[in-house]
Design a protein around this ligand. Structure first.
Ligand code: SAM
Length: 412
């Protein structure tokens, strides 16, 4: 871009900057392609083309820059509960340890029973989330491990913690109606989609609602999730759960997205909690055959996601993100082929494997021990107990691959 050209542009005129960069790069591409007809020149042309697309994408403004209407006071927990005090009707997570948790709605006269004890809901009402609650009827476990965290050493009373249900905890306690996504993959998806309050997302299939819950929470209060599930029972279960969990920014449809696209039908149901806690978008504003460029992200967890790519491309805005989850690499291959037939860029595949480390009490020898080898008394007293990290012997294996892509389209 020449200096006089630069001066003509206003400082914030992104599209003008973009088109100047593009035209500068285009002349460079033309020049390079006329020079020598070798593989190197071809590669250079392709690289320049990729740079040109990436530059343009970085200049596309977000459709949902609506931070002015983001009211932080409104939402704190899974749904609309902004109080830190547990009330009757609240959903809480009973946390026994990292492997044993259960979600229940607090009701007077009910108890939460587990093998460690019995916990009256009444004793929980009025307490802050995060409180430690003691059992009213002691049930000592028959075989208690050395480090059992459910028994308070001071008074030997069984206890649990009552936690606020975050999307992360919900994924760990929800009832499985299908295979679900866990937070290793979920966090990658949310980050790749650059989700924030106001984003508009499509998801299929809903399954057990694990991912839906995290998306809904990430885009609250003014964003919206349109989710599709073709299994009637799962659709009904998910709808009830979303309502009970206060996820008022979801609209769920019972339909086959491979056959009918992302089209609303008579089953399309917005989750409405009250006049104020209701979806901000009508399905007809976003979905349907006649719509294009209306959504920021589309996520597919389906056996044949590639069948949906033409509709995904149409509904995504320029710069919008696609992600598909598939257990087999052949499915990923097929999806990538479909993506390449459209103007998608930044196509990449990721397998997310997490190696966990646990902190345990371990007996370690002190440095003293090695310096005073001859002194047997020191040797005996120079071991000390330390809390150290060591790899968990069993690592979770393959669950699936994530394929990511970004929509790119030059103006006609
Ligand atoms: C593995 S589950 C999704 C799990 C979900 N991601 C979660 O985290 O809970 C896949 C779901 O897609 C649904 N499904 C499969 N093909 C579909 C289609 N063509 N249209 C809509 N839903 C479909 C299935 O019924 C199933 O419930």
């Amino acid at each position: 871009m020449s200096e006089p050209e630069k001066k003509k542009l206003k400082p914030n005129d992104n599209s003008a900057v973009a088109s100047s960069i593009v035209s500068a790069l285009s002349s460079s591409i033309a020049a390079s392609s006329t020079k020598v007809n070798t593989r190197n020149a071809l590669q250079k042309t392709e690289d320049l083309e990729q740079i040109r697309k990436t530059l343009l994408l970085s200049l596309v403004p977000s459709m949902n820059d609506k931070s002015d209407i983001y009211n932080t006071k409104q939402i704190i927990s899974l749904g609309d509960k902004n109080s830190n005090i547990i009330r009757e009707g609240d959903l809480v997570v009973f946390f026994i340890n990292h492997d044993i948790m259960k979600a229940e709605v607090i009701k007077k006269g009910h108890t939460f029973d587990c093998r460690f004890g019995s916990f009256l809901h009444e004793n929980i009402i009025g307490k802050p989330f995060g409180s430690k609650i003691y059992s009213h009827a002691e049930k000592r476990p028959t075989r208690r491990k050395k480090e059992d965290t459910t028994m308070d050493n001071a008074d030997k009373k069984p206890f649990v913690y009552v936690l606020k249900p975050t999307p992360h905890l919900w994924t760990l306690v929800l009832k499985h109606r299908t295979q679900i996504l866990y937070h290793a993959d979920i966090s990658l998806i949310l980050t790749h989609f650059k989700l924030r309050p106001g984003s508009v997302v499509i998801e299929a299939g809903t399954g057990s609602g694990s991912l839906s819950t995290s998306i809904s929470r990430a885009i609250m209060p003014n964003g919206h999730l349109f989710t599709f599930e073709y299994h009637k029972e799962r659709y009904l279960h998910a709808m009830n759960e979303f309502k009970n969990n206060g996820l008022y920014n979801i609209t769920i449809t019972n339909g086959d997205v491979c056959q009918n696209g992302f089209t609303p039908n008579t089953t399309t149901t917005p989750i409405i909690l009250s006049d104020t806690l209701r979806p901000k978008y009508e399905p007809s504003q976003i979905l349907g055959e006649d719509k294009s460029g209306t959504v920021d992200g589309v996520f597919l967890d389906l056996p044949k996601p590639w069948l949906c790519i033409p509709n995904v491309f149409r509904l995504l805005r320029v710069g919008g993100k696609f992600c598909g989850f598939s257990p087999c690499i052949e499915q990923i291959q097929e999806t990538a082929n479909a993506l390449r037939q459209f103007d998608f860029v930044e196509i990449k595949c990721v397998e997310c494997l997490v190696k966990e480390y646990m902190s345990n009490n371990v007996e370690v020898s002190t440095v003293d021990h090695y310096f005073k080898k001859s002194d047997t008394t020191t040797q005996q007293t120079s071991t000390t107990e330390k809390r150290l990290f060591s790899a968990v012997p069993e690592m979770k294996g393959h669950t699936g691959y994530l394929i990511f892509a970004t929509k790119f389209q030059l103006k006609e």
